[in-house]
Write a protein of this length. Structure first.
Lengths: 119, 230
């Protein structure tokens, strides 16, 4: 539902970064979306297409990477991703099978890179 | 073609404003709480019951967000504390900028507790930090107990889950233990309260939670926790 706003923020951030390089044209943006970010990747891609269609940004390619929930085992310190991109904590530590785990990451809504064409 | 590594938050600008707000809240010893739920879970009603128990001289303020109308602000204003309606005009969440703008006319030193009632929506508000100390998610027993599984983001980010309308439990097929277990699947550390504004059940526990949070923020307040609970 708020993916249009998010898509706008992504595009703005891409342009801000491209503007640091005189004469460069923005050609792509890469984002990381965690399973706990509350952002739906398909909706985001659709929103991004809508806001760039028939504009000078029409050719900007959005690359998305879906990030799993990563927990740390409190018993053996192992960091592991929840299987099947699940946002839940039901998976025990695959190394020692402990269920005492702590959240590490999975709520990312980050820009990883921008691609620019330089003259 | 050049690839430039960036590594920044998509909502960088909102994050910057939220950090500024958080800093201002800390400077002024303000406890700021952000209430999030589906439409109709009882955010406004819980706020009304909460405000009714404060003494009139307490420094409480409320910001309430909706797509349209000033109805909620009118309801809340009856309790005599300053309230402002943020009409988002279609936007599905509150963001840092809206809070910053809404706070402009208010001297922050005159606020001890700031309640923010977000737009009724379980998805989008979870992405926007408002500088609050804690997000509180409400889930009413007339909804499904699988809401935390369907909308994990907000249950993951909330410090407290308030199950509302629990007086209706005998009449609805809501499995409250399943709801709690589902919330803990996403967020094992989430605190959970059961409340009914209609009967007053659980309100003492909710006020005690609030009192504890306040005492942490405002050491001078610690002595008067009892009177707020009473």
């Amino acid at each position: 539902m708020h993916e249009v706003g998010i898509a706008n923020s992504i595009l703005e951030a891409g342009h801000t970064e491209a503007a640091r390089r005189p004469g460069a044209t923005l050609t792509g943006i890469g984002v990381r979306i965690g399973v706990l970010s509350g952002v739906d990747i398909d909706a985001l891609r659709f929103a991004f297409e809508c806001i760039t269609a028939e504009t000078e940004d029409e050719k900007v390619v959005l690359t998305t990477e879906k990030c799993p929930r990563v927990n740390r085992c409190e018993d053996c310190n192992n960091e592991f991703a929840s299987p099947q991109l699940s946002p839940f904590t039901d998976a025990p530590c695959p190394r020692c099978h402990s269920t005492r785990t702590k959240f590490v990451s999975g709520d990312q809504l980050d820009i990883a890179f921008v691609e620019v064409e330089e003259p | 073609m050049t690839v430039v590594r960036v590594e920044q938050k998509v909502l960088n600008e909102n994050q910057r404003i939220a950090l500024e707000l958080r800093h201002r809240f800390e400077e002024n010893s303000i406890l700021c709480l952000n209430f999030i739920s589906s439409p109709g879970s009882g955010k406004t009603t819980l706020l009304e019951s909460t405000l009714a128990a404060f003494r009139p001289e307490e420094k409480i303020a409320v910001l309430t967000g909706d797509l349209q109308t000033e109805n909620d602000a009118r309801r809340i204003a009856r309790y005599g504390f300053p309230v402002q309606q943020i009409v988002t005009g279609g936007v599905c969440h509150l963001d840092g900028k809206m809070i910053e703008r809404a706070l402009e006319p208010w001297p922050l030193e005159n606020i001890d507790v700031l309640f923010i009632e977000n737009v009724g929506n379980l998805v989008c508000p979870s992405s926007y930090d408002l500088g609050e100390e804690a997000k509180i998610v409400l889930l009413s027993v007339t909804e499904g107990e699988d809401k935390p599984l369907k909308y994990p983001s907000i249950f993951h980010k909330a410090a407290l889950l308030i199950l509302t309308k629990v007086d209706l439990l005998p009449y609805v097929p809501f499995d409250i233990e399943a709801a709690k277990a589902n919330a803990r699947q996403v967020n094992p550390e989430i605190e959970i309260l059961e409340v009914s504004c209609a009967t007053g059940k659980g309100m003492d526990e909710w006020r005690a939670w609030l009192g504890e949070r306040r005492a942490k923020r405002q050491p001078h307040f610690a002595g008067s926790v009892k009177s707020v609970q009473g």
